[in-house]
Design a protein around this ligand. Structure first.
Ligand code: PEP
Length: 249
């Protein structure tokens, strides 16, 4: 049985004090126990958040990391550094990282390898731009993003990989892929993984949908057969919205 996951990406929001407040409010919420809940605060709030969440069903993830183990990379954070404060999961390939920080598939493949070398789990994001969808190229783009960053992995590493399909045109725009568009793409993604590896492996991979998921649309999106949860941006900053998205399963 693959895992149902709801992950909240806080992006560059919430300083230390705001993070402590949001985490303490989250801990007061009643959330379904069968759903794994992850929050991804900024680096400066990872340690305080994970300390406060100890013993709960919520864990933390980093929003990014560098591929090198250490060295002259001013301003960067390595997998080992994250592990040293107990962070076990990292989001890689978010479209904002790809667009604003020039993260290519080749760089992401190196980050994937570094995360796995350090026994971390990866939430790997990818998705097409609006122009790709308008020209009917969405599957080609998504297929190549997955292949270029992940298909060098042996099958045994895939238990540490969660996929997150996030059409760029739906992120932070209020525009959501319809549940059918999400399902179609998720089915394509699962088939792509199956063709490379096996149906058993593809069946076990959780594929999250991300892009303007809100309480009003979460239930319908999550009801689709190949949608195993969500990566949530804006709505993860509001505890009531985040709770109701989690409980939409
Ligand atoms: C995201 O940044 O991963 C995201 C899905 O954002 P939003 O929910 O705000 O569209």
């Amino acid at each position: 049985m693959r895992k149902q996951i709801v992950a909240g990406n806080w992006k560059m929001n919430n300083d230390y004090v705001d993070s402590e407040l949001l985490v303490s409010k989250l801990l007061e919420q009643h959330i379904h126990s069968q759903t794994e809940v992850i929050i991804a605060p900024p680096f400066t709030s990872l340690l305080c958040s994970s300390n406060s969440l100890k013993g709960s069903q919520i864990t933390v993830a980093a929003q990014n990391m560098h591929f090198a183990e250490n060295g002259a990379y001013t301003g960067e954070i390595s997998a080992g550094m994250l592990k040293s404060i107990g962070v076990e999961t990292v989001i890689l390939g978010h479209s904002e990282r790809r667009a604003y920080f020039n993260e290519t598939d080749a760089i992401l493949a190196k980050k994937v390898d570094s995360a796995l070398r350090n026994s971390m789990r990866i939430i790997f994001c990818f998705g097409e731009e609006l122009t790709d969808r308008k020209s009917g190229n969405e599957q080609a783009i998504v297929g190549s993003q997955i292949k270029n960053a992940l298909f060098h992995l042996p099958a045994s590493e895939w238990e540490h990989v969660v996929l997150a399909y996030e059409p760029v045109w739906a992120i932070g725009t209020g525009e959501t892929a319809s549940p059918e568009q999400a399902q179609d793409m998720h089915a394509f993604i699962r088939k792509t993984v199956e063709n490379k590896y096996s149906s058993e492996l593809a069946d076990e991979v959780s594929i999250l949908y991300g892009g303007s998921v809100k309480p009003a649309n979460a239930k319908e999106i999550f009801s689709k057969a190949d949608v195993d949860g969500g990566l949530i941006g804006g709505a993860a900053l509001d505890v009531a919205q985040f709770r109701s998205i989690i409980n939409a399963f």
